[in-house]
Design a protein around this ligand. Structure first.
Ligand code: PEP
Length: 249
């Protein structure tokens, strides 16, 4: 059976003092069948990886440049992330698509670079509220999937996170039926692209206002293999019950 994944995205939050949250997660009892990933800001990666070494917690980054090295001031490459101890990288988060104009084609280039560096690519996609209200959700996510997934992608090196933009940081979540519908469509498109077996093994995460209070309901939905969590991943006391809910789903 596919291992589920509880992934935390700290975004632009956290200083050295926040590493105690990773210490707490690393020292917790292992959750059977669940992989745990925390993606702190780049400033904390190396120290977070040192703290998490040998534990059930993997450390990941929040973005990478598509090139391995070069004249790109302020950017960080996938091999550099791996060198700092990262094992995964979030790509195409809606905040990067919106704040930095990232296109799905660029996300695919970044994912290819992540794969070349041996990193797990956590590729995000999801519709805006206007797109949902215009009944374009399924078409939007299918197109994002088609363009964002590089030809190097497979179940071992890629995770997809369905994150409706209107659910991120808002406290709003889609209904279970809406999540199931999108995940079912994503799984079907993956099967067309990768074959049924590979598509079945590639983990599909839901992201958007996942909290301890709604985690069990979300993890009971078909085709949900875990979650990408923002706000509720910042404190071990909030993230631990989400991990536990996933372990018992
Ligand atoms: C996210 O940023 O990926 C996210 C899902 O945020 P939140 O859980 O805070 O909605």
């Amino acid at each position: 059976m596919t291992r589920r994944l509880a992934a935390g995205n700290w975004k632009m939050n956290g200083t050295m003092a926040s590493l105690s949250e990773i210490t707490a997660l690393a020292n917790a009892h292992p959750a059977p069948g669940v992989d745990i990933l925390i993606c702190p800001p780049a400033t904390l990666l190396a120290e977070a990886a040192r703290i998490a070494a040998g534990s059930a917690v993997m450390i990941g980054a929040q973005d990478c440049h598509p090139a391995a090295a070069g004249a790109h001031t302020g950017d960080i490459s996938a091999p550099m992330l791996a060198d700092a101890g990262a094992r995964a990288v979030i790509l195409g988060h809606s905040e990067r698509r919106a704040d930095h104009g990232e296109t799905s084609a660029l996300v695919a280039e970044k994912a290819r670079a992540a794969h070349a560096a041996g990193l797990l690519a956590v590729i995000c996609l999801g519709e805006t509220l206007a797109e949902r209200e215009a009944a374009q959700t399924l078409a939007v996510v299918a197109e994002q999937l088609r363009l964002s997934l590089p030809d190097t992608a497979g179940a071992a090196n890629t995770v997809l996170a369905y994150e409706p933009v209107w659910a991120i940081g808002t406290g709003l979540t889609p209904s279970p039926a809406q999540i199931a519908e999108v995940h079912g469509v994503l799984r079907a498109h993956l099967a067309d692209r990768l074959g049924a077996q590979e598509a079945g093994a590639l983990r599909l995460l839901y992201g958007g206002s996942v909290k301890p209070a709604n985690a069990s309901e979300i993890f009971a939905i078909a085709d949900v293999d875990g979650a990408l969590v923002g706000g509720a991943s910042l404190r071990a006391d909030d993230f631990s019950p989400i991990i536990a809910a996933l372990a018992s789903a």
